[in-house]
Structures are given as C-alpha cells and as structure tokens.
Design a protein around this ligand. Structure first.
Ligand code: PEP
Ligand code: MG
Length: 577
C-alpha cells in the first residue's frame, strides 16, 4: 500500500483499477526481404488490414446511441480508405517490387499520398491527409503489435470503472473520457483550476492532479482509491482501508440525497435576498444535469468543446442544431459564450496564427475570433438562429478593450441584417454580454457596462491574469489565491459597476461553485452565481442559511486585509457565522 498526495478535485471518492496511459510514438522499421520472404510479408500485411477492419466494425457496432452522427460517417470513411487500392494495392506492390517490410512499404505510400493532399487547393481535401495518417497508424500498430493506451480514436477498449493515470491530460482528452464511464483520473502535472479539472468537476468525477510520481508508482490494473476532497490517492489499499473508504462513499451519497431535497426550494437568503443559481455547461448532456437540480438557466455554455477532437470546425448547420437543442432542452435563459480557444484549450485542426493562441496571453478567445472571421461568423449565425427557439444570449470571452466590443457588436449587427435579408428568424433583441476576466476590463467595468447588456466575472482567468499565475502550471499553483485583496477588490468593483448601470452581473468561475466562498461573494453583493450542476445544491444550502445583513463586517475585513493568513482566519469566521 502506498499513498501519494496532490491537488484534489471534487468532493467524492472513486475506487477502481488503474489504466496507465502510454502514448507511444510509432517508429517505422526498415528491412530488406529475401525473395522467399515476400509472400509471407504480403500475408502479414493483409492480415493487419483485416484486423484493422474488424476493429472499425466493432467500433461502429459499439457506437453509443447519443454519439454525434459524424462519428459513424468518420469510421466508415476510414474503413473505405483502408481498402482503397491507393493504400492497399500500392503498398503490396512496394513490398513485392522493392522487397521491403510491410511497415516501411505502407508508410512510404502514406507519405506519397499525404504530399499529394498537402498540395490541394481545397481546404477540405487538404485535411484528408490527417485521415491517411490515422488509417496508416492503425495498421502500423497492428503490424508492430503496439498496444496504445491513449485517449484518442485509437482507443477502443472498455474503460468503464477505470481510473486513468497519466502524466497530464489535455482538455481534449478529458472531454474524450466524458463520453465513457471512467471512474476517475489522476495525473502527475496539472492544477485545480485548469480546464481539465473543470471538466472533471462537471463529470462529478473525483480526481487528483499534480501528484508527481503517479506514472512511476502505478501499474496497470493496480487498485486505486482516489480521494478528491483530500487530494490523496492510495495504491493497492489494505482491506481495512478499503472498508473505511467504502463507508465514506456511502456517507457522501447520503449527504447528496439530503441536498436533493432542496431542489425545488426557492433560492433566497435568510433575510430574503433572491439569488439566481445558474449552470455552466460544456454540452447537451450537462444541460440535462442542470434541469435535474432546477437551475435558473445556463450562465455559461463553453462552446469550444464542440470544436475539439475533430479535424474541422463544426459548420453553421451543426452548431445551430446543437445550440437549438440546448436552448429547447433547458427552456430557460441560456448564455452562449463564443469560442474561447487558446492557452490550455487547443484545437486539433490548423488555422493561421494557431501558435500564438497557445499562450494564455496570445491570440485567445475574442482576439482569435476577430482574427478569424471565417470561424466566428458561422458561430454567430448559428447562435442568432438558435435564439428563435429559446431565451438565448451571446457572451464574449476575454474582452480587454472597447474596440473589441465595438467590432463584435458591429459584426453581430451585420449578421442580423444578413439573416433578416435571408428571411431567417432570430431574436432581434438578443442580449450581448462580456466576460470580465482580464484586469483591464475589471478596472474599466463602469465603461464596459455602458456598452454591454450584462457582465460575467470569469474568476479563473481574472485570478490568473491579476496575479500573473499560469492556471495550468502546478509549480505556481500555491500562489493562486481567490481571496487575494487585489482580486476581491476587482470583483467588488465589477459588481458595483453592474449595479450602477443597472445590468446583471454574474460570476461563472470556479469560485461560484466553491462553498467556502459563497458567503464572501454574497457579502460582496453578488446576486447571480453560475457553476457546474454538481455544486448547485450545496451552494443553495449555504445561501438558504446565510443572512447578508450580517456578512458585511467580516467581508470588509477580508477585502481590506494586508495579511493573507489573517484574511483566511476572517474567512473561516465568516463561514462559521
Ligand atoms: C473563467 O475564466 O473564470 C471562466 C469561467 O472561463 P474559462 O474557465 O472557460 O476560461
Ligand atoms: Mg476564462
């Protein structure tokens, strides 16, 4: 039995077997054959093609019912490509004429095809080169008998109940496990505020990140306990420890049942202040979870996840279908945030200046969209079209100056005119809001409030940018301090600016779902909280027990404190009131 400590995510406990990721690169061997070996080599190649084909068939048969329609088309296209003479017959010809091993012959032919696709004018055909490499890689893995434990399209194993162990997970990999019944994940790197962690929370999945050593000490199929609340994992626990944790699991379930009784209760404080509890979602499944906890609507729909794990951006029609589906299923206000790509959220497909977007200070979010109208415009059209089917609003991430707001508002106006001319319905009075997550925007919130219909404070980034701490770098994670007076003063300023301009202000960063900060935020005057559905009832419980008239003194002390440990003491006192 061995325990490792890191940063915990979620309040639950998971128990299961380890699935250790091995993202092996494929090295292509090159050998010459004797004439007598050629027939056997061709047979080996044909057999690898057949195995690959069978894997595709199994993938098709086991496709979840709610998988996007494109998934089946994608697999079928790869299956066709596998049997295409340009891949199969030509590779066999190379084995025979050049008398080389199958792997080398196949990769040689794939390289030739990739070059041809690269030179195509048409972007769609150019993207086909990725399909060639995917199909080739599958066959190569079969030829080389490489077992790939990776979270991508090569993974067709049953991951139900498994605990994924890896060095790090990207948000794209985490969203991949969102569709599987994985029990938990643990990583060597990562921080509690990364997008990966945020997705884990939305999965109701306890996880531990920043473990520094999990991949060294954990082997496939080891039994693991993951304690998200304490940030501990236990490898191959004794029977006694296992029993203790199972008992704790039952207690957590009992507490959840207790919280469920609050679902229908109106959300207001002891002194009668009404608080709106909204949800953060990444896809339609999350929207259903919100309905279960009776959220007042969606305060943040992170649309970028619709763009991940795919080789092309979803077109207007696909986006429209998805946004409309969510607007109808929620049947309450839905705030759709335009694409926030950059920093730790990356796309598979290429677009100009993609490199810059890898920095959190680079061409991220609205900056990227304004630079790539060909991506932005179809999204705006899709959102506007969906607004005819529900109470939809548009939210712009990472605004930092007035020009950006003016440009976005002009593009929205133009898009509305186009739709009108085409006779397509939309909500002509659709609200447009902005996320306040850059200190410049918080400082100028008064003026931003005059141009926008609502503001939403993105504390995850506001803290990152105010304190100059990369939210995914676990080396500086200890400096990530939501109650730093600079952060709290900015939050207070934004809430005040909204009040003055008489527009709603919500807070949709992770702070909104953390019960340690509920009273603090209430004391700062926040009326709209947006969080993952998992936390909503817990936060509601806090709100029902809070009296805002009694919070002011201690909240004032925390905001003006020049001593971090004193501020933490005040926070403890505030939560004990
Ligand atoms: C935030 O920054 O607080 C936020 C909600 O946006 P994201 O976490 O997606 O960057
Ligand atoms: Mg943000």
């Amino acid at each position: 039995m061995l325990s490792l400590f890191g940063s915990g995510i979620g309040r639950g406990i998971a128990i299961g077997q380890a699935y250790v990721l091995k993202n092996s690169d494929i090295e292509i061997p090159h050998s010459s054959l004797e004439q007598a070996e050629v027939t056997t080599e061709v047979k080996r190649f044909r057999s690898a093609i057949l195995t690959t084909e069978n894997t595709y068939k199994a993938l098709l048969e086991n496709l979840p019912k709610d998988a996007p329609k494109e998934s089946a088309a994608f697999i079928n296209a790869h299956m066709l490509m596998l049997r295409d003479p340009m891949i199969m017959d030509t590779s066999i010809k190379i084995i025979r004429t050049e008398m080389v091993n199958a792997e080398y012959a196949l990769q040689t032919q794939a390289d030739t095809l990739i070059k041809v696709f690269e030179q195509m004018q048409d972007a769609y055909l150019r993207a086909k080169k990725a399909d060639v490499q995917h199909v080739t890689n599958r066959v190569l893995r079969n030829l080389l008998k490489i077992v790939s434990h990776s979270l991508d399209e090569f993974n067709d194993e049953n991951l139900d109940g498994k605990i994924i162990v890896g060095k790090d997970l990207s948000p794209a990999e985490t969203i991949f496990i969102k569709d599987r019944k994985v029990a938990s994940f643990v990583t060597d790197l990562g921080s509690q505020i990364s997008h990966t962690a945020i997705i884990a929370r939305s999965l109701k999945m306890p996880a531990v990140v920043g473990l520094h050593g999990s991949t060294r000490y954990i082997k496939d199929n080891d039994v693991l306990i993951v304690d998200g609340m304490r940030g501990i994992i236990i490898i191959n626990p004794s029977d006694k420890i296992l029993r203790e944790y199972k008992a704790r699991q039952s207690k957590i379930r009992a507490r959840q049942r207790e919280l469920n009784t609050l679902t229908k209760k109106a959300s207001k404080t002891v002194d009668g202040v009404r608080i709106q509890l909204l949800g953060n979602i990444e896809n339609a499944k999350d929207a259903k979870a919100l309905n279960k906890v009776n959220a007042a609507g969606v305060g943040l729909y992170r649309t970028e996840y619709l763009f991940m794990n795919r080789e092309q951006a979803p077109n207007e029609a696909e986006q429209f279908r998805e946004y409309k589906r969510i607007a109808i299923s929620v049947a309450k206000p839905v705030v759709i945030r335009t694409l926030d790509i950059g920093g730790d959220k990356q796309l598979d497909f290429n677009y100009p200046n993609k490199q810059s977007s890898e920095s959190p200070l680079g061409l991220r979010a609205v900056r990227m969209c304004l630079n790539h109208i060909e991506i932005f415009k179809p999204q705006l059209r899709a959102i506007l079209r969906a607004s005819a089917f529900g109470k939809v609003s548009i939210m712009i991430p990472m605004v930092s100056n007035f020009d950006e707001i003016d440009q976005v508002l002009t593009i929205i106006k133009q898009t509305k005119m186009e739709l009108k001319a085409e006779g397509i319905s939309f909500d002509s009075r659709i609200k447009v809001g902005g996320m306040i997550e850059v200190p410049a925007a918080a400082i100028m919130a008064d003026l931003f409030a005059q141009k926008l219909d609502f503001l939403s404070i993105g504390t995850n980034d506001l803290i990152q940018y105010t304190l100059a701490i990369d939210r995914v770098d676990d080396a500086v994670n200890h400096l990530y301090d939501p109650i730093h007076p600079a952060v709290l003063q900015l939050i207070k300023q934004v809430i005040r600016a909204g009040k003055k301009a008489d527009i709603p202000v919500s807070l949709c960063g992770e702070m909104a779902g953390n019960i340690s900060y509920t009273r603090l935020l209430l004391g700062l005057g926040l009326k709209n909280f947006s969080m993952d559905a998992t936390y909503l009832l817990d936060v509601k419980d806090r709100i029902l027990k809070a009296d805002t008239s009694k919070l002011r003194y201690l909240v004032g002390k925390i905001v003006s404190s020049d001593n971090p440990s004193e501020a933490r003491d005040y926070l403890v006192k505030l939560n004990q009131l």
